[in-house]
Design a protein around this ligand. Structure first.
Ligand SMILES: [Zn+2]
Length: 85
């Protein structure tokens, strides 16, 4: 579920809420339901919420490490094949 940023039309407060797509949320400051959803660059609709980027960076690092290990394994195989009489 994406995090949306809302701005309250009553008091102007901005806050972030986890809501279903198309959903609305009451103001966290004054409780007014006259809020509008902002399309912030931090967590635009359809993207994953904050924190997901860190995890995906770690996942990419894991992929690079796996590829490195595979290259090492293949070069060892080639060397072993070349050393055969
Ligand atoms: Zn408010």
């Amino acid at each position: 579920m994406p995090i949306y940023e809302f701005e309250c039309e009553e008091c102007g407060a901005r806050f972030e809420e986890l809501v279903a797509a198309g959903g609305a949320s009451a103001c966290s400051a004054c409780g007014s339901e006259r809020t509008r959803r902002l399309y912030s660059s931090v967590s635009p609709p359809g993207r994953q919420p904050r924190g997901a980027k860190v995890r995906s960076d770690e996942s990419r690092r894991g992929d690079r490490e796996a590829a490195r290990q595979q290259r090492i394994t293949e070069s060892r195989k080639r060397r072993a094949a070349g050393e055969k009489p």
